[in-house]
Design a protein around this ligand. Sequence first.
Ligand SMILES: Cc1cc2nc3c(=O)[nH]c(=O)nc-3n(C[C@H](O)[C@H](O)[C@H](O)COP(=O)(O)OP(=O)(O)OC[C@H]3O[C@@H](n4cnc5c(N)ncnc54)[C@H](O)[C@@H]3O)c2cc1C
Length: 449
Amino acid sequence: MVVGGGLAGMAAALKLAHAGYRVTLLERRPFLGGRAYSFEDPDTGAEIDNGQHILVGACSRLRGFLDAIGAPASAFVRQRRLGVTILDPDGRQATLAAASLPAPLHMAAAVLRYRHLDFRQRATVARDVRALAHLDSNACADLESIPFGDWLAARGATAASIERFWDPLVRPALNVAASEANVPLTAFFVREALWAGPHGGAVWLPSVGLTRAIGEPGRLALEGAGVVVKFSTRVETVETGDRGVTGVRLREGERIETTNVVCAVPPEALERILPASARPPTGYTGVGTSAIVNVYLWYDRPITDLDFAGTFGSDLQWIFNRSQLLGAHAAGHCLGVSLSAANEWVDMPKEALARRCDRAVERMFPARRSAEFISSAVVKEPRATFRAGPNVTPYRPGPIGAIDGLYLAGDWTDTGWPATMEGAVRSGESAAEAMLVQQRSTTGAALIR
Ligand SMILES: Cc1cc2nc3c(=O)[nH]c(=O)nc-3n(C[C@H](O)[C@H](O)[C@H](O)COP(=O)(O)OP(=O)(O)OC[C@H]3O[C@@H](n4cnc5c(N)ncnc54)[C@H](O)[C@@H]3O)c2cc1C
């Protein structure tokens, strides 16, 4: 039994089905994909995502999963190597582009050519990138409780380098402001996406709605592999006995027997469905949450020819040229604005948010001044991901639950990755693997007897 049809649950179910098990996946909503989904905006009629999703070359297991479910190659546009444009509030550009040199020279060259910083600042950033990439696990453990901003300050980093280099990269990757980020997770991101090679940071962007790119192909692949997918089915409790898991009870009251369950749901949902005897005393919600807000703005003409860009000193954070990325699927000239670590934005009325972003667009892109604003849509995800701040690691459990037959998955579990689609897939595969190992050892014991 797999509870939750996000990427973690889908990855777990597929792996178990491929290993020959009969798998039932229970999902409370009428579609798969979890926090990566698209829908038709009721006001504009356009298909929009609950939030812009990016993956990078380092997301190897996610790419393997997308291949395994037969996600169409045309569903993503991709770079060969890292190359991002960063804009200041008035639209002045600098690029951070991996050179075609062996690692780590590819990154040294990228940083040393980054024109939003003066040469001294670039040299300091290059030094700090290198230091982070070389932090070993002991050093990371020692730095668990230190905010990344303090680590940088102790090394003499300037406010400009935090604002213009670190925040545009770390904030969307960890969904927390760079100054408040968890150092081991930041170091991990730097190693995987920036340091390991020019392809690690190559950006992939969906070129269709997320449900078409992930959820739908995922459903077809799971059903093709024999997984029974039950939609609109909410698990109320995981039931347990002396010997571990005995079944799950659904909201409607039905009980389904099982001795093995992968719970692939966010921490607050897990806390609700597990009996106290199956939870650690500290619970799971200590990871905290962090919001993401996406603002979609439609104009009567193109505003920029950039595909996407990061910004600093502006309300925009990251912008995505949806018309260029999605073509006809974007319905008109649409600019997507993605705001990470957006807790301060979630309570703002949607119209005010859209107006604020539009004003920042106007300042940044001269083409806006002669364009007509058509409409907007705002999607708020108050609990988009766990909050990747200091001291988060102890709250991230491994795949094996506290009682027999219980396995845990989800982007928030102990994958080593920040809350990402890659982390979700890894967690699902790890939970399935843990269950398979347990099954094999049980079968092995039975044969010897
Ligand atoms: C706005 C936004 C932007 C993001 N941007 C990026 C990005 O750019 N790159 C990136 O890699 N990641 C991004 N993420 C994070 C990414 O979406 C998640 O890491 C990933 O989708 C999590 O997958 P999951 O399977 O762990 O959890 P979820 O996707 O949350 O799946 C859990 C599933 O369990 C179901 N469920 C919950 N309770 C029950 C119950 N009681 N019974 C049955 N089913 C239940 C839920 O409906 C859900 O489908 C973003 C997230 C958001 C919200």
